[in-house]
Design a protein around this ligand. Sequence first.
Ligand code: SF4
Length: 440
Amino acid sequence: MSFHKYHLITYGCQMNKNDSERLSGLLRGLGFEPTSEKEQADLILINTCSVRQSAENRVYGHMSDFAKIKEKRPNLIVGITGCMPGRDRNLEFKKKMPVVDLYFPTSQMGQLPRWIAELRPDIVNTTDIVEDYTKIMPYRETTRQAYVSIQTGCNKFCTYCVVPFARGLEKNRAVEDVLLEIRDLVVKGCVEVTLLGQTVNSYRAPDTHFFSNDNPYEDHFAALLWEINQIPEIKRLHFTAPHPIHMTDEVIDAMALSAHVNFLHLPVQSGDDEVLRKMNRRYTVSQFLDVIDKVKKRIPDIAIGTDIIVGFSGESEEAFEKTVELYKKVNFDIAYIAQYSVRSGTAAFRAFKDDVLPEEKKRRWEVLQALMEKNVFEKNQKFVGQTVSVLVDRNESGFCYGNSREMKLVRFLGNPEFVGQIVGVIIDHADKWLLEGVRE
Ligand code: SF4
């Protein structure tokens, strides 16, 4: 049997990766198989990211290559999906890519079968479409650890962010569908699930009657966490990215249930109230700290990560120092620090001046990065002598690698047979980005 081939390039976040898994599921259902050689593909698709200009530039960078392949293979279909088509209301970006045949936001991926059939009736012959793309079953290369989207889009409109424009307003998947997908993953050996959403903890179930009668929570996201905790095969559960204003007492309580990992990633973005207001983050520093306090009270040894943007419009030296102060106060375990980069189409682009100089953004980034790395190293030392629980995800050169429940990378000498297992490791050495030890 001969298959048609697709070559899929994915940029960006976990959400995009999960969407690409759906594209793979859809294309495999149409009789395609993947190829790593784009020259051999019948269909080349790029799932794009718009968070930074550099990510969009990489997409343009592919076009001359694709044009050359098309000269040799005129039937080649080139498609662009993801955030770029999502936010390209006037098709300005598309004009720069004349080689592209299909150009569609993520939410329209269910139309692909029909579009391919129109262009290549010789390889696909169907008029079937899927209205709700979240109903497409993702095809995953590995199923031991899986990302499961529970929500698409975002209602928050942080002033620096393109997501609400690129992905539309928040839509939540049905509890029934989420649980079905997780149960299907369990059959395939899944032990770890990460729930995905742009503000994942604002989840509102469209089908609350699917929550069990003995589910103790009113908050829909907490209730969903509880339901997943009832699936015994799921040993590890986490989520990304929550919004501080939706960290209700019930969500914090549900994070203490047994499957939940000992880690919370809670984006703060700035430690200055005025900057937070201009970002439209909808909380103050003291409200953020209240959430952190509650989390630490409920789960005292939890590791906490965050996202920070330095150099946002109008961020003074004093405002930046408040972020440094906040960092020290919370004593984060990890932080993803970004230098502000203005994005066209956002409210910040229209309303504020990008007035922090690039060298100053870089300096602020370096200050926080150095603080973060020092903290990580010091905090990791407390693991020396402790036994941590590791889900082994790979074996390389005689070493097993995997994450602890605090999402720290751990390495120990061991056989490939440990891959997929959760094992205890006694830590004897801790570095910034690696804990090393021996099997218990
Ligand atoms: S919460 Fe803010 S930063 Fe996050 S996706 Fe929504 S608009 Fe963007």
